[in-house]
Design a protein around this ligand. Structure first.
Ligand SMILES: Cc1cc2nc3c(=O)[nH]c(=O)nc-3n(C[C@H](O)[C@H](O)[C@H](O)COP(=O)(O)O)c2cc1C
Length: 207
């Protein structure tokens, strides 16, 4: 079912006075990855709107140790700090064998409380399924770390047929509408959960 956005902007609807800090996380680390094109489009959509700051988290640039390994890992500490700062997350992920890529799972498992009581949205791509099977799996994973996932997502089926060589969409209207709805939901949850976290620390109910 499609929904019309209310006349009030999402900024006016929420109590968030500061910009929403979005961490955009790459799902693929493959050399020559299509993720660069989809993430670039996603960033351009966010930057075209007021009210967001953007931190791009690329697991290809991080050297993460196995989860729970002892010792100091500067990249892990850096990741922890950046995710802690974020009010909301957008995962840009392809589909690999009906799931999501292993490096993304490694990144998710590397931290824990940084995800808690925060919203997560998805931009996915792949073949006929547009990466939606990867997204459905990620929903199961994120509930375990006490994050909440957005109902609406953006997905690109046969993505390589949808973007031109400069990374622009041939037919942008549908994807831009999907992005609008997804960002509206992400903003609502980011604002609501930030207020809630500030009011009652989530740690008292996290297990
Ligand atoms: C190991 C592997 C498995 C894949 N499995 C699927 C799949 O199950 N469904 C799908 O739609 N595309 C699948 N693909 C195609 C990818 O979605 C496509 O190659 C995409 O561009 C990969 O993202 P990346 O280039 O950013 O790494 C697979 C690709 C790889 C490398």
């Amino acid at each position: 079912m499609s929904a019309q956005l209310p006349a009030l902007s999402i900024r006016e609807m929420t109590t968030m006075n500061e910009k929403i800090k979005v961490a955009l996380i790459y799902g693929s680390i493959r050399e020559g990855r299509y993720c660069d094109i989809v993430a670039k489009w996603t960033c351009s959509q966010i930057r075209a709107r007021d009210g967001y700051t953007l931190d791009i988290v690329d697991p290809a640039t991080l050297s993460l140790s196995p989860p729970l390994e002892r010792g100091v890992n500067p990249d892990l500490e850096d990741l922890r700090e950046r995710l802690e700062q974020a009010d909301a997350f957008i995962i840009v992920t392809p589909e690999y064998n009906h799931g999501y890529p292993a490096p993304l799972k490694h990144l998710i498992d590397s931290v824990n409380k940084e995800w808690q009581a925060k919203p997560v949205a998805f931009v996915s791509y792949g073949g006929v399924s547009g990466g939606l099977r990867a997204v459905e799996q990620l929903r199961q994973v994120f509930v375990e770390v006490h994050a909440t996932t957005m109902r609406n997502s953006v997905s690109f089926a046969n993505a390589w047929e949808q973007f031109d060589e400069r990374g622009n969409l041939y037919a942008p209207v549908r994807a831009e509408k999907s992005m609008e709805m997804m960002l509206a939901q992400l903003s609502w949850w980011a604002s609501a959960l930030k207020d809630a976290r500030n009011s009652i620390p989530y740690s008292i109910v996290a297990t």
